[in-house]
Design a protein. Structure first.
Length: 101
């Protein structure tokens, strides 16, 4: 019985460990490297290092929260039919942002 409990505990810990996902902050250089020129239809935002302009996703475009996709102003990456966890791992859509009171 003791071996069964030990095996079950180890199996559970391994499953939990394997299913963990995270995104680490980027290691930014002291000086920014030259950036590619952007021609974005729906606006731009700065990358994590505040060096280069990246294109925002347009309304109705596919986006993935875990990848850090940013939608144009007034829109957010989401799917009202999915839980927050499901939205993190699956493509969603740039939908109108809900205004907070």
């Amino acid at each position: 019985m003791r071996n069964l409990i030990l095996f079950s505990t180890l199996t559970l810990l391994i499953v939990l460990f394997v299913n963990v996902e995270s995104t680490s902050p980027r290691m930014c250089p002291e000086t920014c490297y030259p950036c590619e020129t952007t021609n974005c239809e729906c606006g731009t935002y700065k990358d994590e290092c505040n060096c280069c302009d990246l294109c925002m996703k347009c309304k109705g475009s596919s986006c993935i929260v875990l990848q850090g996709d940013v939608c144009e102003d007034g829109y957010t990456c989401g799917d009202p039919n999915r839980s927050y966890l499901e939205q993190m791992h699956n493509p969603a859509t740039c939908i109108p942002a809900v205004k907070k009171s």
